[in-house]
Design a protein around this ligand. Structure first.
Ligand code: SF4
Length: 404
């Protein structure tokens, strides 16, 4: 692998991306009339509003939306597509809540309930540790695990695997730990950061609309609490991702308002690094009224995310959820990041994902190359980057041609 660059600014974006975008849009033409005001706003760096988002969602030509999103993505990152070497270790499936879309949670007494103690967690991670530099850990809201448990877990993990960054705990887990330990969000996050937490994943945002939340994830943190927890994380120096679960019962307006809320916080704190939009997967869950997103809708939602979210640098094609084929296409529809090698994952696979789990860097780079992009390995917090150069294929034995 060849060393490429490192940057602490704007998570690896080209510094002059807005100028590049203005230039490239000035040279492009043939936009449908309804898109012209949107192209002008993008060109001048004006954030798109709800009405613009509706135009993008309703526009009949998906490819044109993709072309526009790709122009923005290319201005920021050229053809680079980012990945990392990671593993998902889900520390427990025991959860005091029962979100309607969740196929993962179990009650404490269920036959297949589990809760990894610290040694079991470390043993699990040890199997993958030589090949990864990130552990992604989210889980259920365990009724007995307060801040001391996670402090001990993170300290032990960092001590045994100092090369691994811990990206862990969604907003609702931070809320749950804070309540159990009688701490503010800031106090909890500060203690966990001191114990070794490196960043927060974005899970649990679902749709930031309390009416929708009351139906699909009753009891979870409110929309405002999700934003408050991420703001608190940014303020203590923890970068975070943010997500959107779509294709349940939400309207297009609610999706767009969700994006606008995240964009506003991102502009305020500069702490969101990546937005991860993913569709609801229906297996084994309890949401028969869900709309379910089609492939075209997934690509369109990713493209619209790129166009709406100018304060969040990276848009992820979450291959654990949408599969390798759609993730590859998404790299031409505004996405620039593709989830990593992911040696192990439970939550999406219990909900019906069939995405392979054993991708090595070579396989992932092939997928990225086939999408017309250049694979770049990154660390968890988008500060170190290395251009990934695939090894030469092994020489093949040449078969002799039989002469007649
Ligand atoms: S989504 Fe999270 S909080 Fe909700 S039931 Fe599942 S594990 Fe629990």
């Amino acid at each position: 692998m060849a060393a490429w660059t490192s940057s602490k600014v704007d998570a690896g974006s080209n510094q002059d991306w807005q100028e590049r975008l203005t230039d490239s849009l000035a040279k492009s033409d043939g936009w449908n009339t309804s898109l012209v005001p949107i192209v002008e706003k993008l060109s001048s760096g004006t954030p798109l509003d709800l009405h613009d988002g509706l135009v993008l969602f309703r526009h009949p030509n998906l490819n044109e939306i993709g072309r526009l999103a790709h122009a923005v993505r290319t201005a920021r990152f050229d053809d680079r597509a980012f990945f990392n070497s990671n593993v998902h270790v889900n520390q427990t499936n025991v959860c005091v809540l029962a979100c309607k879309f969740c196929a993962f949670r179990r009650s404490k007494k269920a036959n297949d309930a589990y809760a990894l103690d610290i040694e079991a967690y470390l043993e699990d991670l040890a199997k993958y540790a030589p090949h990864v530099d990130e552990v992604h850990s989210v889980g259920g809201l365990h009724p007995d695990w307060g801040v001391e448990h996670y402090e001990a877990l993170f300290r032990a993990t960092r001590e045994r695997f100092p090369h691994i960054t811990i990206k862990a705990l969604t907003a609702v887990e931070i809320k749950h730990i804070s309540l159990l330990s009688n701490l503010t969000f800031t106090e909890t996050l500060t203690r966990l950061k001191d114990a070794g937490l490196g960043s927060l994943p974005g899970g649990g945002a679902e749709i930031l609309d309390d009416g929708v939340r009351a139906i699909i994830c009753n009891g979870k943190e409110s929309s405002q609490e999700y934003l408050d927890i991420h703001r608190a994380a940014h303020n203590v120096g923890l970068p975070t991702n943010c997500t959107m679960l779509f294709g349940t019962i939400e309207t297009i307006e609610q999706r767009l308002q969700h994006m606008i809320s995240l964009r506003t916080l991102g502009a305020e704190t500069k702490g969101f690094q990546c937005f991860v939009p993913y569709p609801f997967l229906p297996d084994d869950t309890r949401l028969p009224e869900a709309q379910l997103a089609t492939g075209s809708e997934i690509l369109r939602t990713i493209a619209v995310s790129r166009l709406m979210l100018n304060s969040i640098p990276h848009i992820k094609a979450y291959r654990m959820n949408i599969g390798d084929e759609l993730a590859e296409l998404a790299l031409q529809f505004g996405a620039d990041d593709i989830d990593g090698t992911v040696q192990k994952e439970s939550i999406m696979h219990l909900a019906g994902s069939t995405t392979p789990l054993d991708h090595d860097r070579f396989q992932l780079s092939r997928l990225i190359n086939d999408a017309g992009c250049i694979p770049v390995q990154r660390n968890t917090t988008y500060e170190r980057f290395e251009l990934y150069v695939a090894p030469e294929p092994k020489r093949r034995k040449i078969l002799r041609v039989v002469q007649e």
